[in-house]
Design a protein around this ligand. Structure first.
Ligand SMILES: [Zn+2]
Length: 403
């Protein structure tokens, strides 16, 4: 009897495991080089697309070209056709990021991001930017097209950043905002130049630095390449380049890595008007897209991954409350990296203690307190301070109540 139960358990768990692998195998088989090339031909101006009742050609996606906005509209429409909610994030005077969110089933507030920049070089009205970075942009769309038909435990964000070529401006803005909101981002997969392989050796690189779980993420690239028999000759580049959008996430303390073609076979046409669709190595591009999508699926996938990935903070930290100033309620967040005696105290402008929000031993975790009417109804408008004392960590922040 006991033996039978044990056998059933073993069979059951191995079924779950193989199911996941089967599903991911099924997913990557759906990557279509025809879809990739067709979308890329529109994004690079090789083919026309309908726009505002007529037809247009996206001949450039450079910041100073009107094509940058055409591209944005085209990409937005593609996400909408897939059926995902799309969000536009404006920054500076002319920067426009867009992203689509696919809600996770079990952990909807934790995110896996796949991203690419859609702007391009060189300056002027003709810049197809096929490899850099039409290739990554269209691969993100392909991920959305295929994965939107499946359910994942974590939420997936398909993000397309603007103004990477102007100094990672779009991703910097996004990552800073995400950090301020204390978004729980498990991994960021950045695709930048994934369609060039002049010698057909299938060599590519995953760029990584030792930030949070980034090294684990790079390992998942290698594991997926092997497990799903994708056929990329993958090298780890460590410490990886900071010249693309993943670096914005590293700078804000998030797990990230970049997939890119081999630096030993660098694109001859980089940042030139000749970086057009005819230079794309289709077979290589298809494999790179499959690799990216398999890694994304692994991360967004099963409950088991939740346990394997460290989700506790790596440092003590008191965030700046949001919103601030506020009139009724604001959120105060803090991170504890170790179990410790924790005190979170609110003071008035004269230094008198008004509330003890936390006073006791707490476990390592991310915490959030709604400083709402329960507290604010007893307070008048003005400046207040709150401090976090946790172990040797001490920080004070200012908040402004305007009634
Ligand atoms: Zn690029």
């Amino acid at each position: 009897m006991k033996r039978a139960i044990l056998l059933i358990i073993i069979l059951f768990s191995s079924t779950i495991f193989s199911q996941k692998k089967e599903v991911i195998n099924e997913i990557i088989k759906k990557v279509s080089i025809d879809t990739l090339m067709n979308n890329l031909s529109i994004l690079t101006g090789d083919k026309e697309t309908s726009f505002g009742g007529g037809n247009i050609r996206i001949t450039s996606r450079h910041r100073n070209s009107l094509g940058n906005t055409y591209a944005l509209q085209y990409l937005k429409r593609k996400f909408e056709k897939i059926g995902l909610p799309v969000y536009q994030q404006d920054f500076l005077n002319d920067g426009q990021n867009i992203y689509a969110i696919q809600k996770g089933i079990k952990k909807p507030n934790q995110y896996v991001i796949i991203c690419a920049h859609y702007d391009c070089m060189p300056f002027g009205d003709f810049a197809p930017g096929a490899d850099d970075n039409g290739s990554g942009t269209i691969a993100v769309l392909e991920a959305a097209r295929i994965l939107s038909k499946y359910q994942f435990n974590y939420s997936i964000i398909y993000a397309l950043f603007d103004l990477e070529e102007q100094g990672l401006l779009g991703s910097s803005y996004y990552a800073q905002q995400a950090s301020m909101r204390k978004d729980s981002i498990i991994a960021v997969i950045n695709l930048d130049m994934i369609g060039w392989d002049s010698n057909n050796d299938y060599a590519a690189e995953v760029h990584v630095q030792d930030v949070v779980n980034s090294i684990h993420l790079a390992q998942v690239f290698h594991d997926s390449n092997k497990n799903y028999e994708i056929g990329i000759k993958l090298f780890t580049n460590y410490p990886g380049s900071t010249a693309s959008d993943h670096a914005s996430f590293w700078r804000n303390g998030f797990t990230a890595a970049m997939l890119i073609e081999s630096f030993k076979d660098f694109n001859f046409y980089y940042h030139q008007t000749s970086d057009d669709i005819s230079k794309i190595n289709k077979d290589f591009y298809e494999k790179m897209t499959k690799l990216a999508i398999s890694v994304l699926s692994e991360y967004a996938g099963t409950e088991k991954d939740v346990e394997e990935i460290k989700t506790t903070p790596t440092a003590f930290y008191l965030s700046f409350n949001y919103p601030n100033p506020f009139n009724n309620s604001t959120k105060i967040r803090y991170n504890l990296s170790q179990e410790t005696y924790t005190r979170l105290i609110v003071y008035d402008a004269l230094g008198n203690e008004v509330f003890k929000l936390v006073d006791g031993i707490q476990k390592p975790n991310y915490y959030e307190i709604n400083f709402d009417e329960r507290f604010t109804k007893k307070l008048s408008s003005g400046v207040y301070f709150y401090s976090l004392q946790a172990g040797n960590y001490f920080a004070v922040r200012k908040m402004i109540l305007t009634k």
